[in-house]
Design a binder for this molecule. Structure first.
Ligand code: DGL
Length: 256
């Protein structure tokens, strides 16, 4: 049975766990929400490297053999650092789905929603520049999205008006794909889709969440490293931890 650590600044990483659990339902998971330091979006690279190191040490101490950095901001800021610091532990990170959106767009415009930290990181900028030849990439911070999710506001007028502010510039620029570049945002996906449809009723707009691809990547890495998944009949488990408030994590966990 594999023991897998997952962490995020908050509850967002549960959108990744949800996809991982579909492929690997019988493993033991340890999830850490760094809620005392959430959000990561406006923090410096050094701060995020430090928090990611503390959490990784904790997960390794708990016996985790692999770690999923279920946070785009932490992946962009710290995954190279973590791989260097803990060379024997495989780290799986988030990758904004610019490539599939760029290949499939019909309007030639794709939108990316992410945190300020992700959008300015070279990891994201390199991916964008590699795949965006001949297309326009419009980026926007999902302003207030992390707070909505942490407060359990996943629908209704407040969620819709907050989401509209950040989605409107993408839709108004002609985007027909919206890439979710923050693991909190998939919990607002129904609202994002509703708002996008209201703003451009005649255009089909597809929202892409990279979490299923990250889950497949985890399965591949386990195979490469000869870490067996649990056989039929084993019971999977998840332990939830938080550096601060645990309530919002529990609340989102009940919804997935
Ligand atoms: N869930 C995070 C991400 O994927 C971080 C959000 C935040 O803490 O700002 O980027």
């Amino acid at each position: 049975m594999a023991k897998i650590g997952i962490f995020d600044s908050g509850s967002g990483g549960l959108s990744v766990y949800r996809e991982i659990h579909k492929l690997l339902p019988r493993e033991q998971y340890v999830y850490v929400s760094d809620s005392a330091y959430c959000p990561y979006g406006g923090r410096t690279r050094e701060e995020i490297e430090y928090r990611a190191t503390v959490i990784s040490e904790y997960l390794i101490g708990m016996g985790c053999e692999l770690i999923v950095v279920a946070c785009n901001t932490a992946t962009a800021a710290a995954i190279a650092f973590l791989r260097e610091k803990f060379p024997s532990v495989p780290f799986i990170g988030m990758e904004p789905a610019v490539k599939p959106a760029a290949l499939a767009t019909k309007t030639g415009v794709i939108g990316v929603l992410a945190t300020a930290g992700t959008l300015k990181a070279s990891k994201y900028l390199d991916t964008r520049d590699r795949f965006s030849d001949g297309i326009k990439v419009i980026e926007h911070v999902g302003q207030g999205f992390v707070e909505l999710v942490e407060n359990g506001i996943l629908e209704g007028p407040e969620a819709e008006s907050t989401v509209r502010e950040s989605v409107a510039p993408l839709v108004e620029s002609g985007a027909d794909f919206i890439v979710l570049g923050c693991t909190h945002y998939p919990f607002l996906r129904p609202v994002i889709e509703k708002v996008a449809a209201e703003l451009a009723p005649d255009r089909e707009i597809t929202v892409i969440d990279p979490a299923p691809a990250v889950a497949r990547q985890l399965v591949n890495v386990m195979a490469q490293k000869n870490i067996p998944s649990s056989p039929e009949g084993e019971e999977g488990s998840i332990d939830l931890y938080a550096s601060g408030d645990l309530e919002s994590l529990r609340r989102i966990y009940k919804l997935i």
